[in-house]
Design a protein around this ligand. Structure first.
Ligand SMILES: Cc1cc2nc3c(=O)[nH]c(=O)nc-3n(C[C@H](O)[C@H](O)[C@H](O)COP(=O)(O)OP(=O)(O)OC[C@H]3O[C@@H](n4cnc5c(N)ncnc54)[C@H](O)[C@@H]3O)c2cc1C
Length: 448
């Protein structure tokens, strides 16, 4: 097919957001009698699912302390459920298992899930929590747990398969996906700040509207669009913080324990929910039962996964580079990176944590495989920015929350076609200057 010299809608990034937006936008154009997917081109420097969407653990949950995130996730879960087969989505549910210092936060989440009709069960108290878990797994042995939030919806999807499913849906609507084409910069109009063309390594693509789903490359596009790397933030205390760095990076640590995925079935023979455990009980290495790994608040998540071929999951990420994120090499990404690799310390911590939770994992740490992990590019408050810049550039900067956010593309398509979404309103860039920040929780993870 010829190189497209002019399109109505250019979408950059063939990850979850770019492809979900392309699919929904094409369908909406058709429904409104305004054309179809042939007005849309998705551009990616590499291939479909080459970025964070292709390495993600794939967990889909509602468990967020921030009301705006919870409401948005409930909508996204509906999109996952709308075609579970095509999206390779496993609706096994999700569990947040927590210590006393997080119990009030999680109780609030549960109360608000009831308000929005999101099906979940909340167990409180050390004994009752243990009984609840032991009914599911007879070998449950985690310590320091005082509550269990069990979300009956959510679960996980097989990471690349779901993204290929989205690509199929977009292509079925007539969208063209142009891979192996790198965006180098933008051309602007002479009388406005709007983008008139996208400069790629294969030539210029003129366009009316740009949508960017950049994942970990958010800062690169921010820079290409000449947006400010230092911003003003009004803090919770009302104080104004000037020159606050817009972006920073965290490395997400994940891996796989190479056992049969059926190894984690529940006692009644079913696939278990995705499990997330936070605790402040001391964690000792499973290799010698003596070496103290940590006695501070720590957390892990895990699930059986046939895509990864074992029990897959991760732990808390660590910060990378200086605030501002200058000089951090996002490329090559994921497993191909030489700078950001999964360490032996992580392997020991995560496999010991599995053994801390279930007896069946004791003595299995030698089966750990370094597969997964990657950089995430985060905003100042670690929550997404969904907003229009430079008149015609819609940026979906998800601050690394986004695999589960398959529905955001549907709402972005509405916004691009002129219909504002109340679910996306709390994620505007102006919230920083206005001090409309999202509340922070006591979780050890930057995304809870
Ligand atoms: C290890 C890990 C585990 C995660 N686990 C989960 C999870 O369990 N649940 C969850 O909800 N989220 C998870 N996330 C976060 C989630 O993966 C991301 O938030 C989400 O995938 C971002 O999607 P995206 O479409 O914005 O970006 P991406 O999927 O990263 O896609 C961006 C695309 O842009 C392309 N691109 C970049 N620069 C250019 C350029 N100059 N020109 C053309 N194309 C370009 C890239 O090739 C890439 O394909 C995880 C992230 C990581 C790293």
């Amino acid at each position: 097919m010829a190189f497209p010299e002019k399109v109505d809608y250019a979408i950059i990034g063939a990850g979850i957001h770019g492809l979900s937006t392309a699919w929904h936008l094409a369908a909406k154009l058709k429904a409104k009698g305004k054309g179809d997917g042939s007005k849309i081109v998705v551009i990616d420097k590499d291939s479909i699912a080459a970025g964070a969407s292709g390495v993600a653990c794939g967990v889909v949950r509602n468990n967020y302390y921030q009301p705006a995130m919870r409401e948005l996730m409930a909508m996204c879960v509906e999109v996952w459920e709308s075609d579970a087969k095509k999206f390779h989505y496993h609706d096994v549910g999700y569990m947040q298992i927590s210590p006393a210092c997080m119990e009030n936060d999680v109780a609030e989440i549960y109360a608000q899930q009831k308000n929005i009709g999101y099906d979940s069960v909340f167990i409180q108290g050390e004994k009752d929590s243990e009984n609840y878990m032991k009914k599911m797994f007879g070998d449950w042995q985690a310590k320091g747990i005082t509550s269990v939030l069990h979300e009956k919806r959510g679960g996980y999807a097989n990471n690349t398969s779901a993204i290929y499913g989205l690509a199929d849906k977009a292509e079925a609507e007539g969208v063209r996906i142009l891979t192996g084409t790198t965006v180098k910069g933008f051309q602007y109009g002479s009388n406005s700040s709007a983008v008139t063309g996208i400069e790629t390594d294969k030539g210029l693509i003129k366009c009316d509207q740009v949508i960017v789903g950049p994942g970990p490359w958010a800062k690169s596009f921010w820079d290409m669009l000449d947006l400010p790397n230092k911003i003003t933030i009004k803090g919770e205390d009302g104080n104004i913080h000037k020159d606050y760095p817009m972006w920073h990076y965290w490395m997400l640590t994940e891996g796989v324990l190479r056992v049969d995925p059926n190894f984690l079935k529940t006692d009644d023979g079913n696939m278990p929910p995705v499990i997330h455990v936070d605790t402040d009980a001391p964690l000792y290495s499973d290799s010698d039962k003596q070496h103290l790994i940590t006695d501070k608040l720590w957390g892990i998540y895990y699930k059986p996964d046939f895509h990864f071929g074992g029990i897959q999951g991760g732990s808390s990420p660590y910060k990378v580079g200086e605030p501002g994120g200058e000089g951090v090499n996002v490329d090559p990404y994921g497993n191909k990176s030489e700078d950001f690799v999964i360490t032996d310390e992580f392997a020991d911590m995560w496999s010991s944590a599995l053994a801390f939770c279930h007896k069946r994992f004791e003595g299995k740490s030698h089966l750990f495989k370094k597969d997964g992990g990657g950089l995430g590019c985060f905003t100042p408050d670690c929550f997404p920015v969904f907003d229009q810049f430079r008149e015609n550039v819609y940026l979906i900067a998800d601050s690394n929350h986004g695999y589960k956010m398959i529905g955001v593309g549907k709402l972005v398509a509405d916004e691009v076609l002129g219909e504002k979404s109340s679910l996306l309103e709390p994620f505007r860039f102006s919230r920083y200057e206005q001090g409309k920040l999202h509340p922070t929780s006591n979780s050890p993870f930057p995304w809870s």
